[in-house]
Ligand binder design. Structure first.
Ligand SMILES: C[S@@+](CC[C@H](N)C(=O)[O-])C[C@H]1O[C@@H](n2cnc3c(N)ncnc32)[C@H](O)[C@@H]1O
Length: 425
């Protein structure tokens, strides 16, 4: 009876049934039933219900033998099982276990339901950043930079926990600046500036330049301005402005910088076109942004991947992500840019997610001392989301996209080109 199996269920003090699977006929033979009490079993010996419904005479001789033999082996196993002393389960314990199960399922449901879904008819991005700025928790843990950190290969080999979490963000800005290829820019635009960590860093690095940060959040503007004042930086300013419809003239900035703002843009094409518009000919544009992997006919997103992405869109007010390849196409598509390059910095930035949770574990007091269950709940959600982000990037579903380009000289407005040509003759 190779492959045959014997199973039984034991719903406490209820009725247990014992069945044997006969691989020859596919029948499941009911061997017996017993009502168990705490101290004894009584068995009603082997009746084959399936055989009653489908008599043997319709079966082949081989199948009949198989079933007979299954019954014999199973009767033996049944005898063995019936010698095991029964245990009774306290109904109170069952009730507690059921209560725990319901609680766990309810918590899972709450954490699986995104809390800040992007609403295209009433975009909530500015409000969400206002709220993050107001409670100060993000600033406490992440510092003045709301973007991922940079961890070199050696630092990753040594272990990310050995690196200072906030220093990793300054390192990211320096690496991004180096990668951009920009040299001594005079006018810099920081698109989606947060509370201005990068803007101030660039302003301090280039004292002869002016840096303009824009964001949708009035509270970020206020906090960014306050911090610039505290540092004595007079060449940086912040304002509320929509990146998709900027007030700046064409060809204004030498460096257009966009670090982790593209994720929130409901129109990525317009985002790239606006940045290309305000960039000076010869000026540099550099974008760092969370991307999802490129979907092709050969590599479609699975249902699970789609569900995971949907959660990541919705939890932190993102309309959708695109691939880094798509950013490359969008930059090319403006017709105004050249030297377009894209890259994936997932390995360099991946440690940030778990490092972030780690710093919270070592220093939970700012959250605990808020003495506000709503803040505790919010922080707990962030911890779960940070881990989900880590998994999405680690699995290749998400990628850390980098894109850069230089504005073509010929992309200058016609009157400027004519002026230059006249001057040259
Ligand atoms: C993750 S934060 C990035 C912060 C910043 N780049 C830094 O280095 O700390 C995203 C920023 O993008 C801004 N943002 C999102 N959508 C925007 C839009 N349409 N126009 C301007 N800023 C936007 C948000 O207000 C927020 O300041």
């Amino acid at each position: 009876m190779e492959g045959a199996s014997c199973s039984y269920n034991d719903p406490g003090r209820g009725l247990n049934t014992f069945r044997r699977h006969c691989p020859g006929s596919g029948h499941r033979i009911l061997l017996g039933a017993a009502r168990s009490t705490a101290y004894s079993h009584t068995w009603e010996q082997g009746t084959d219900l399936r055989h009653r419904q489908r008599p043997h005479r319709r079966e082949s001789r081989a199948k009949r033998q198989c079933c007979a033999s299954a019954g014999a082996v199973a009767s033996y196993q049944l005898a063995q099982i019936s010698s095991i002393p029964s245990t009774s389960v306290d109904p109170r314990l069952l009730a507690i276990l059921a209560g725990i199960a319901v609680f766990v399922l309810a918590v899972k449901k709450i954490f699986d339901t995104p809390s800040r879904t992007y609403d295209p008819s009433n975009p909530n991005v500015g409000d969400e950043y206002d709220s993050w700025t107001e409670d100060g928790i993000l600033e406490h843990y992440w510092g003045e930079h709301i973007h991922l950190g940079y961890y070199s290969e050696e630092e990753r080999a040594r272990g990310y926990k050995k690196k200072d979490f906030k220093q990793a963000k300054f390192d990211f800005v320096d690496e991004m600046l180096r990668w951009s290829g920009a040299q001594q820019p005079k006018r810099i635009l920081d698109v989606g500036c947060g509370i201005g960590g990068t803007s101030r860093h660039l302003a301090a690095k280039y004292p002869n330049a002016t840096v303009q940060g824009i964001t949708l959040s009035p509270k970020q503007v206020a906090r960014g301005t306050e911090l610039a004042k505290q540092r004595g930086l007079t060449n940086v300013s912040f304002q509320v402005m929509n990146a998709l419809a900027m007030d700046f003239e064409d060809d204004t900035f030498d460096l257009v910088w966009a670090c982790e703002s593209g994720e929130h843009m409901p129109d990525k094409k317009k985002y790239v076109e606006e940045m290309a518009r305000v960039l000076k000919p010869g000026g540099h544009m550099v974008i760092a942004t969370w991307c999802q992997r490129e979907e092709t006919a050969a590599t479609p997103l699975s249902q699970k991947e789609r569900a995971d992405l949907q959660f990541l869109y919705d939890e932190w007010a993102h309309p959708y992500f695109v691939s880094v390849q798509e950013y490359g196409r969008l930059l090319e598509g403006t017709g105004k840019l050249q030297s377009v390059e894209i890259d994936d910095w997932t390995p360099q930035t991946l440690p940030t997610w778990r490092h972030s949770n780690w710093v919270g574990v070592w220093d939970p007091w700012p959250v605990i001392f808020k003495l506000n269950p709503f803040v505790w709940y919010k922080v707990l959600r962030e911890i779960v989301t940070l881990e989900r982000m880590h998994r999405a990037f680690d699995s290749g579903l998400m990628e850390y996209g980098m894109a850069k380009a230089v504005k073509k000289a010929s992309a200058a407005p016609v009157n400027q080109r004519v002026g230059a040509a006249v001057a040259a003759t």
